[in-house]
Ligand binder design. Structure first.
Ligand code: ADP
Ligand code: MG
Length: 327
């Protein structure tokens, strides 16, 4: 199979349905670049994230999961901006053109794209060590994007879903060769790593309400810390309030579950702040959003991040993942 057939079979033809459905793709896959109709009354939101084999997913990871995650991590960035996703581009570097990889990879990516109405409109395909970059594009009404830098001391700090599950799922995946078949709770944790759900609906519901928002990819404490720094504040987190899933507690016990929730990566939940006076408004808006949110602390004037549990300080690595840190 050549490069042309590969693009035609696994990406152009497979993405055609969404392209037709959206109606705003003048030229998609096939020309030198995509030509897209922007709504006149919207700002464009653009995000790009890369997944590298051995770095962002294990070498034997299911191709469907790689496809799903490559798009999901980008849709999560759009969710954190409160954007409506519209289009994506895919840069795929792979060692061999194997249908046994390409079919489930394309299925995984496009199944998620379909659920959020995102059209794949272009990309690039090259040979080399497996690496996947996706660029996601979306819209917000002018001036309504959620940002990291507009939180204020006293704002309540929230997290969506049940952080820590994905870190436990990755640990299970890495131990899978040695372990027996996974039970239902382990399956759930694996799913949370392999097929994270971008919180698009929640991000949209937070427009015009959240004072700041970030998606949790490097660990809750690290990402909440970034939000606090960008907002010129510090933050206090009460670890006793952390929403821990039963599966996580069952798999690793409460103590480790708390640490996973605070420092584990790959959650792709949203961490956001809301002025305390608007708490009731938040609750009213969330009645239509499926994913749960939990208040876990607040922004404070004093810089730095303070994590306590039942009055005692918890010391955890607040730095998150850094590809180039040496020490
Ligand atoms: P060019 O040499 O003009 O850059 P390419 O051969 O790289 O063209 O790509 C041909 C067309 O296929 C372009 O429209 C490009 O956007 C699209 N394309 C290439 N690879 C992918 C991919 N992995 N997914 C989606 N579209 C792709
Ligand atoms: Mg090209």
């Amino acid at each position: 199979m050549g490069e042309f057939e590969l693009i035609e079979c696994y990406f152009r033809a497979a993405a055609q349905g969404l392209v037709s459905q959206r109606g705003d793709v003048i030229l998609g896959i096939g020309d030198d670049a995509a030509l897209l109709d922007m709504p006149a009354d919207r700002q464009l939101v653009a995000a790009l994230d890369t997944l590298v084999e051995g770095r962002h997913f294990p070498a034997d990871c299911a191709p469907a999961s790689i496809g799903h995650r490559a798009l999901a991590v980008n849709l999560s960035d759009l969710a954190a901006m409160g954007a409506d996703p519209a289009w994506c581009l895919l840069a795929l570097t792979l060692p061999r053109a194997e249908p046994s990889f390409l079919q489930p990879f394309s299925d995984g990516l496009l199944a998620l794209a379909r659920r959020y109405g995102v059209a794949l409109v272009g990309g690039d395909t090259t040979g080399g060590p497996l690496s996947v970059s996706v660029q996601a594009l979306g819209f917000v009404p002018p001036g309504t994007a959620l940002r990291r830098d507009a939180g204020r001391a006293g704002d309540l700090l929230y997290v969506s879903g049940t952080p820590g599950d994905a870190a436990a799922g990755l640990a299970l995946l890495q131990a899978a060769a040695a372990a027996g078949p996974a039970d239902a709770q382990q399956q759930y944790l694996l799913q949370r790593f392999l097929y994270p759900e971008p919180r698009i609906e929640l991000g949209r519901a937070l427009r015009g309400l959240a004072s700041a928002c970030i998606d949790v990819s490097d660990g809750l404490v690290a990402d909440a810390g970034k939000l606090a720094v960008a907002s010129g504040c510090g933050a206090a987190i009460d670890a006793a309030q952390l929403p821990l899933s039963d599966a996580l507690i069952h798999a690793v016990g409460t103590e480790q579950a708390v640490l996973h929730a605070l420092t584990g990566g790959d959650d792709y939940e949203l961490c956001f702040t809301v002025p305390a006076a608007r708490r009731a408004e938040l609750e009213a808006r969330l009645t239509n959003v499926k994913c749960r949110v939990t208040c876990i602390g607040l922004l404070e004037k004093q810089s730095g991040l303070r994590v306590t549990r039942n009055g005692a300080a918890i010391h955890c690595d607040t730095r998150g993942y850094d590809h180039f840190r040496t020490g």
